[in-house]
Design a protein around this ligand. Structure first.
Ligand code: SF4
Length: 337
């Protein structure tokens, strides 16, 4: 369903410029933006995917992954169609690279909240595809979710503009952002993005200006972003910009989409990334997509005791008192009810 878009400016000649994400597309009449979800109709920009849902499920919050945010709860998780990145190894390419199909389901925000409650979820996560290209819907939904005492999560590539962040900031609790690599060459090769540093600025703003809970994910693709320089760059940036208590998830890549010729990430590479994160001073580095690995657990950096045990999505909180270690009182940067 179509809604007039937010955050665009009209220009001479019926052209418009969209300011939802950092592409800041200049869209001619009758044309689409890079995400293929916004169309210029006679000088007015429309979001075509309002309330169009490609997938929904009650997911463990750990699946996002968010490890320090309401551990053990379920998030009602939804995705739409389209994306502003076209990553070659995308895990969700069937929805992110697709147009809206004729049989797409529609779910208005009021019904979304009802379903979240019915499925016993404590919050809502916009995920599976990039939520910023679904901006108008996620904004309406986030407002309603907060009125209904549900937490709200963006699982994002981080390419939204500061203006978009500031518009949704009052109603968003968590910014689960990908920092996919740390070089111009990598972002250009993976997703065709040249000004990727804007992702870092917006993530910092989410934390500093809006006090969002931020966790960072790097999916490590063999031969692409597994070099020391990029991994050290990401770890150092997290420490300096977001703080040493920010969780960093280094996750295993599985060959998909245009990257089927690559192999899955060796666990030893993920363990090396873990070591790099720890050396940089990060207190919480986690391995992802390796169920049962000891680096899925949260261990208190101060007393060394395990405070959250995880095997895959099975989560047991065994040593937290609010956001603190119940054994020694150290602050561990958890958001809990
Ligand atoms: S959301 Fe991003 S990709 Fe889509 S039209 Fe706007 S600026 Fe372009």
């Amino acid at each position: 369903m179509e809604r007039e878009a937010l955050l665009y400016e009209t220009l001479p000649g019926g052209r418009v410029r969209c300011h939802v994400c950092q592409w800041r597309c200049l869209v001619n009449p009758g044309k689409l933006g890079v995400c293929r979800m916004r169309i210029n109709r006679d000088g007015t920009l429309y979001a075509m995917n309002y309330a169009e849902v490609s997938s929904m499920a009650g997911d463990h919050i750990e699946k996002k992954p968010l490890f320090h945010f309401f551990p053990g709860t379920f998030a009602f998780s939804l995705g739409s169609w389209g994306c502003n990145f076209h990553c070659k190894g995308c895990q969700n390419w069937e929805i992110s690279c697709a147009d809206i199909p004729p049989r797409s389901q529609q779910l208005l925000p009021e019904r979304e909240i009802e379903l979240a409650r019915r499925y016993d979820c404590q919050g809502i996560a916009w995920t599976y595809n990039e939520p910023a290209v679904w901006f108008e819907y996620t904004l309406d939904s986030a407002r309603l979710a907060k009125e209904n005492n549900l937490y709200t999560v963006y699982v994002t590539n981080g390419y939204a503009t500061p203006e978009a962040l500031d518009m949704i900031g009052p109603w968003l609790d968590a910014w689960r952002v990908d920092v996919k690599g740390f070089s111009d060459g990598f972002y250009r090769k993976l997703a065709g993005i040249s000004r990727w540093q804007g992702i870092l600025e917006v993530a910092r703003r989410a934390k500093e200006k809006w006090d969002m809970h931020v966790e960072v994910v790097t999916n490590i693709v063999p031969g692409m972003n597994d070099d020391e320089e990029q991994l050290r760059g990401i770890a150092g940036w997290i420490r300096d910009a977001l703080g040493e208590l920010t969780p960093w998830h280094v996750t295993r890549f599985h060959p998909l989409h245009e990257f089927t010729h690559l192999s899955a990430t060796p666990v030893s590479t993920l363990e090396r990334a873990y070591g790099i994160g720890k050396e940089a001073g990060l207190r919480f580095v986690y391995l992802g997509n390796v169920p049962g690995h000891e680096y899925e657990d949260t261990v208190c950096y101060s007393c060394g005791k395990t405070v959250v045990r995880r095997i895959g999505y099975d989560t047991r909180v065994v040593g937290l008192d609010g956001s603190q270690c119940k054994f020694c009182g150290a602050g561990l940067n958890f958001r809990m009810r």
